[in-house]
Design a protein around this ligand. Sequence first.
Ligand SMILES: Cc1cc2nc3c(=O)[nH]c(=O)nc-3n(C[C@H](O)[C@H](O)[C@H](O)COP(=O)(O)OP(=O)(O)OC[C@H]3O[C@@H](n4cnc5c(N)ncnc54)[C@H](O)[C@@H]3O)c2cc1C
Ligand code: SF4
Length: 455
Amino acid sequence: MIDALNHLPRPRAGAEELAGQFGDLAPPLTARQAAVESSRCLYCFDAPCVNACPSEIDIPSFIHRISDENLQGAAERILSANILGGSCARVCPTEILCEQACVRNNAKECAPVLIGQLQRYALDNAAFSEHPFKRSPASGKRIAVVGAGPAGLSCAHRLAMHGHDVVVFEAREKSGGLNEYGIARYKLVDDYAQREVEFLLGIGGIEIRHGQRLGDNLSLTDLHQQYDSVFLGLGLNAVRQLGLPDEQAPGVLAATDYIRELRQADDLSQLPLADRCLVIGAGNTAIDMAVQMSRLGARDVNLVYRRGHADMGATEHEQDIAKANQVRLHTWARPDAVLLDDDGRVRGMRFARTALVEGRLGDTGETFELAADAIFKAIGQCFDEHSLGDPLAAQLARDGERIRVDAGMRTSVPGVYAGGDCTALGQDLTVQAVQHGKLAAEAIHAQLMLNVEAA
Ligand SMILES: Cc1cc2nc3c(=O)[nH]c(=O)nc-3n(C[C@H](O)[C@H](O)[C@H](O)COP(=O)(O)OP(=O)(O)OC[C@H]3O[C@@H](n4cnc5c(N)ncnc54)[C@H](O)[C@@H]3O)c2cc1C
Ligand code: SF4
C-alpha cells in the first residue's frame, strides 16, 4: 500500500462499481463499424498517415485487408512493423500522429479515418493458430536486453526472429514496463499488457529473468563480456521533485507511484482516496492521474500548471477527457508551499501566480491557496542514475541525463545499444519505444552478421 496516503479514507463505491468506472475508455468497433470505417480509406499513394506513424505501419495496406475481410492478413501487416501493435492501438495519441495526418482529417469530412480503432479491430479479431512469425535458423549469437518494457520487448522479438537467442533482464516482477505499471487503467483493460507479452514470447528464443536490476545485481561490464551485444531499454524510473520543504510529508506522492498501485490492484475499493486532490503537471501522466482519481470518487480534482493551455504536454483530446471527468484545470500558477495541518499531514498548497515577462516565466507577486488531502506530483520522469553505476556504464555518453544514441541506436560503447525513453531520440511514447527496439535489433543483427562474414 502507498504509505504516504494510508491515513486517507477508502472509496465510497464498492469494488464492482469501481471496476465499471475503469472499463475500456474507447470500446472496440463492431464488425459493421469496421466495414464502414475501412471503406472510408482512400488508400493514398505516399500516404501521409504512414509518414506520421513512428513505427512505420503500412496503414492503407492493413485497412485494405480489413475491407477485404482478411483480418489475419491485416494483423500480420501491423505486427510485422510493430509487434506491440495491440497496445499501441489502445494507447497511441493518434490525434497527433496518423489520424492528424490523414487526408480525411478536415472540416468537410468531419473526421479522419479511425486508424487506431481499425488497428485494434484487426488485432483483436485475427485468429492465429500459432505465432505469426518464424525464427530464422539459429545464429549461435546471444544478446542481453535490459528492461522488459516496450523498447526491450520489441528488440527481443526482432532479434529472436533473426535466429538469435535473447535473455531479457528485468528489475520488476512482471514484464511490460509502463504498459503494465504506468498506462491509465482504462486504456489497457483485461490484463492486456500480460496477454501481449505472452503472445510476443510465442516466437521462442527469448528468456526473461525477473528481479535482475542493472546497477544492483547486474553490471554492464559483465553483460558486455558474456553476450555478443547488449540493448538497454531502461525507461525513466525516477521522478522529478518540486524542490519544496515538506515535500516528504504524508499526503504528497509521485503520480506514477499511485498509478502503479492502481494498475496492480485487484480491488480498487481498497485504495486510499483523496476526496480533494491536487495534481501538479500538464502532461499525460498528470491527466491520467487526475482522471483516475475522479473515477475513484474524488469530489474535487484540480490540475495545476505553471504555464498556459497551449504549452500543456497533454494533447487536446486528453484535456477533453479530463474535463469530461470533472477535472478542473488551473493554469499560470506554480507550487509555492506545501500546507500542513496540526498532525503534519497535507491540508493544501499555496501557489504563486505566474506570467510571461519579456518571454520569461516569472511570478506576479500574487498567491492563492487550494485545499487538498493529497498532492500528486506529475512534473516528469527522469533517469535513474543508479542503473548506470558500474565503470563501463559510467562511460556511456549522454544527451543531458539520457543515453546518447545514433540513428542505429548505437551508444558510445561499441556493442551496446539503447532505445526508448532512456534515450533522447524522438518522443516519450510507447510506439516510439517499440520502433527504437526494432531499429536496434536490425542494427545489432547487421553488425553481428558483418562480424561473422569478416571472421
Ligand atoms: C503514467 C504514464 C502514462 C503514459 N501514457 C502513455 C500513453 O497513453 N500513450 C503512450 O504512447 N505513451 C504513454 N506513456 C509513455 C510510455 O509509457 C513510454 O514512452 C514507454 O513505456 C517507454 O518504453 P520503454 O521500454 O522505453 O520504458 P518502460 O516502459 O519504462 O520500460 C522500462 C523497463 O525497464 C525496467 N528497468 C528499469 N531500470 C532497470 C534496471 N536498472 N535493470 C533492469 N531493468 C530495469 C523497468 O522495470 C521497465 O520494465 C506514459 C507514461 C507514463 C509514465
Ligand atoms: S491518409 Fe487517411 S485516407 Fe489516406 S491512406 Fe491514410 S488512413 Fe487512408
